[in-house]
Design a protein around this ligand. Structure first.
Ligand code: SF4
Length: 287
């Protein structure tokens, strides 16, 4: 049986029990045995990932008490029921949202009850103006108290002149890996959705981490800077480092570029606003 070393952070289905020393991110859903997963992985378990069905199922949600939970919800699924709110507050939730047409309303709802939000930059932006509206909300809403990633981290980067880029906010770490239900391994959900894999779990980490895809991803930033004219000349290279075009060289960056422009303008013109955010302790979501 192949085992992965402890420096690997592996995302696995709640039904796939993996041996070894690697850190685990467990993708679970109602019906999965959270107690058994917790017992099997112990301190190796970094956080859980659930979908919208996970927060609609109260007994399941309650079973995640005390845990870090990233919630991938395509639609606002908060019912406002007292029991659901109480169960959510007993976890440490981050709502991961796709930048669709309804995202501003979703962010408003979630942030207003002080839950953390992460806009999934790996997903296509379907409404051209949505990132502009969202960035306005992030920068100028005087009652916003929750971080909205990756904007919070990128703003801090601009303010300090150094820090994490989109690669770190979205990819998390160099040894992050994703195990799908067929026991195929790749870098993240982003690559699994494209059916691009390092290989099979049984190949072992040494072989997988030197696969052609892993090699390509390691050198993606360097390759993009040399090969993609649009990245080479892009004024946002310092924040993005080619992340938005890493999977598809024809990907449209304009909505995010508009957001980056707003962040840069805010840094240049309003130190008071910037200090409010960067002084709040917000930063790269450690998950
Ligand atoms: S915003 Fe687009 S063009 Fe600019 S660095 Fe990122 S991927 Fe390249």
């Amino acid at each position: 049986m192949s085992t992965f070393p402890k420096e690997v952070w592996l995302s696995v289905s709640g039904k796939s029990y993996v041996q070894g020393e690697c850190k685990i991110i467990a993708r679970v859903q109602p019906g999965d045995d959270v107690a058994a997963i917790q017992s099997h992985y112990g301190r190796r378990l970094m956080w859980y990932e659930i979908g919208a069905d996970g927060i609609e199922d109260l007994p399941f949600l309650t079973s995640l008490k005390g845990q870090r939970v990233r919630i991938h919800a395509d639609t606002a699924v908060l019912t406002g029921l007292e029991e659901q709110m109480r169960a959510l507050r007993q976890t440490r939730p981050v709502f991961v949202l796709k930048p669709g047409v309804d995202i501003l309303r979703q962010v408003n709802v979630i942030a207003s009850i002080r839950f953390r939000v992460h806009i999934d930059a790996s997903q296509e932006v379907t409404d051209i103006g949505v990132m502009r509206k969202l960035t306005d909300y992030f920068l100028y809403n005087p009652v916003l108290m929750s971080p909205i990633e990756p904007l919070t981290t990128l703003l801090a980067h601009l303010t300090r002149g150094k820090g994490h880029t989109l690669w770190e906010t979205e990819h998390k770490r160099p040894n992050a890996a994703f195990l799908d239900e067929k026991w195929r391994v790749t870098a993240s959900r982003r690559w699994a959705e494209r059916e691009e894999f390092y290989g099979s779990f049984e190949d072992g980490w040494e072989t997988l981490s030197s696969s052609p895809l892993a090699d390509r991803l390691r050198s993606t930033r360097r390759t993009l800077i040399h090969a993609s004219k649009s990245c080479t000349t892009c004024r946002h290279l310092v924040l993005c480092r080619g992340y938005l075009k890493a999977r598809d060289a024809d990907a449209i960056c304009m909505p995010w570029q508009e957001s980056f422009d707003q962040l840069q303008t805010a840094v240049r013109t309003s130190h008071k606003i910037i200090n409010t955010f960067t002084g709040s302790g917000n930063g790269l979501d450690k998950r």
